[in-house]
Design a protein around this ligand. Sequence first.
Ligand code: AOF
Ligand code: ZN
Length: 322
Amino acid sequence: MPLSVEEALQVALQAGAAVHGTTSPNPPVGAVMLSADGELVGVGATQPAGGSHAEVMALREAGDRARGGTAVVSLEPCNHTGRTGPCSQALIDAGVAHVRFLHPDPTIPASGGADFLRANGVDVAQLSGNAPDLAPWLTAVRLSRPHVTLKFAQTLDGFTAAIDGSSQWITGEAARRHVHADRRRRDAIIIGTGTALADNPSLTARLDDGLTHQPRRVIIGTRDLQREGFEQYPGITQALRALWETGARDILVEGGASLASSFLEAGLVDAVQAYLAPTLLGDGRGVLARSVGPSLADAASFHLDRVTRLGDDVLLELKRRD
Ligand code: AOF
Ligand code: ZN
């Protein structure tokens, strides 16, 4: 049964989502090949860095059936020889007639694929919409630093721990499973020395699905902790620079209040994940350690991107207003 371009794009987006967390510094791209008569003949996703790009994976599966067909990709096909050859040329060599892509490639060396394809007689068009799994990578490349998500779990009245310090567990099982699944998509998870000392968290992505990707575990702070399996940097600037240079593009800041405040004060929070539990404490430890400003006008304010119900809890996903 033939697929529409829109349906093919949904398949490509799912393929990209499935490799999110395994491709950095490359983007988690998904690609679908439709034959000349619109049948789905190949699906591909970016392989770990140095491996094949999504289009090449989809073309490989399609073989001869790609000739005269349509490639549907979440990112503009690359136009350069990096660790792998240009996807634009691979599509031309395979005789693909139409290319539909969602996001232009913002990196200077790899961009220009659409123009090159057109110059070689391929019908190329950009699709509207966005690939949520590419968003962190696109932001990271634009800013030349990893995309930062600040994550916390809080009571309805804004506390992350009770006055006796107890913080396990504010949210329920469904929210905790969501946290573990989400960690798997990140390149690094960051905590401050205070949280490392108080909670001694393992920060692993515990799941039963057999996937092995574990994000890098990073501690920020000057107190010398030397935890095995953790990297440590004295401050945010050093951590972000080192993470960027070693290929991290999508990182999660998990605590505590002091580190969260520092990231906000530095204007380095691109997204927020707030897990809200239907509980009230009245007093306790707040999400942030310091006032952001004396007036409402000074509040750190984001755009509400998505609301997800997780059992009795709610996940609010916020994005920077740009
Ligand atoms: C695509 N399809 O699936 C991906 C692309 O060093 P390389 O050769 O792996 O090239 C990396 C660059 O290619 C990366 O920075 C980004 O611009 C693009 N990634 N392009 O056509 C893909 N992953
Ligand atoms: Zn490519």
